[in-house]
Design a protein around this ligand. Structure first.
Ligand code: GLV
Length: 327
């Protein structure tokens, strides 16, 4: 359980073994269950010098005000919408994430959802399991063509760009929209910069890869869904709240868009009886974007590297709030 005279560190859940080994010389505690409660997180934060958090742990003013000894919080995720950066900077607490190491795995999953939703994998499976398969028919469960179609990427950062690289292999025409242009990614992938409105109107597939911020909260709402083609597929492997989930449910129910591939939801975990999960044209996964053994191990090692640097007084590699750094 670690060394009591060493810095106190609390981890929100058991990490892959190579990462746990690197924490062994610290005074280490970790949560053994599924969901670390808010109360327990606050209790642990109050005595820790370092926290290694999951994307479900809110690191806000309340937590930081009660965490007098805290130096660093290392998130096991590239997204950090669970962090209040300004509050952490005010309290002099360093925050880090895990970029780069999960890019390819997350792009794979987004592309998998795209194909699964376009080609009706879920309905096909239901058809088989329900004993409906009587024989081959020309238009049985016919879906949308992926090869040669137009893909609209919202947010051409690391993951969006990796999705664009995959799309090239499918001869897709690639459009993107973002808060700024990415000339290097345009050169590499042939992606063409357009407004969100143009992208929604022209794309056969819309894939979301922007971070969740006040500017992207409900970026895709009723008006945006109405601009999409009735044959279009929406893929979300970013954050659930980028989409207005109620509006999406209505659009899918009414057949205003063809299908959705969703790895993320406004509330996670989503209730198993949520009507969205019951729709035949929804392929849904429980936030598995980066979930391969190799990627999750790399993420854990990267978070531990950041945590140890912060505790040792060195500048962490993935520092999110450099204003808090007084090295
Ligand atoms: C996962 O959603 C991540 O942000 O790493």
């Amino acid at each position: 359980m670690g060394v009591p005279s060493a810095p106190r560190v609390f981890v929100s859940g058991l990490l892959p073994a190579p990462a746990m080994e690197q924490l062994a010389e610290l005074d280490l505690g970790w949560w053994e269950g599924d969901n670390l409660s808010r109360e327990r997180l606050l209790e642990e934060a109050a005595r820790a010098q370092g926290l290694l958090t999951f994307l479900t742990d809110r690191v806000d003013e309340e937590l930081l005000a009660a965490a007098g000894r805290l130096k660093i919080v290392a998130n096991l995720a590239v997204g950090f919408d669970n962090f209040d950066l300004a509050a952490a900077t005010r309290h002099g607490v360093l925050l880090t994430n895990t970029p780069d190491v999960l890019t390819e795995a997350t792009a794979d999953l987004a592309f998998g959802l795209l194909i699964a939703a376009a080609r009706r994998f879920r309905e096909g499976r239901d058809w088989l399991e329900g004993g409906h398969w009587q024989g081959w028919r020309p238009l049985l469960l016919a879906g949308q063509e992926v090869g040669g179609a137009t893909l609209g990427i919202v947010g051409l950062g690391r993951i969006g760009r990796a999705v664009a690289r995959r799309a090239r292999g499918f001869d897709m025409r690639i459009l993107y929209t973002a808060s700024r242009r990415h000339p290097e990614a345009e050169d590499e992938t042939g992606a063409v910069f357009v407004s969100l409105g143009e992208l929604l109107e022209q794309a056969d597939f819309v894939s979301l890869h922007c971070p969740l911020t006040p500017a992207t909260h409900h970026l895709i709402g009723p008006a945006e869904l109405a601009r999409m083609k009735p044959t279009a597929v929406l893929v979300n492997a970013s954050r659930g709240a980028v989409v207005d989930q109620t509006a999406l449910l209505e659009a899918l129910r009414a057949g205003r868009i063809f299908a959705a591939g969703l790895d993320v939801f406004e509330e996670e975990p989503i209730a198993p009886d949520d009507p969205l999960l019951g729709l035949p044209n929804v392929v849904a996964l429980p936030h598995l974007g980066s979930a391969t053994v190799a990627t999750r191990t790399r993420m854990a090692l990267r978070a531990v590297e950041n945590l140890r640097a912060g505790l040792a007084g060195a500048r962490p590699r993935d520092l999110l709030n450099p204003e808090a750094w007084h090295g």
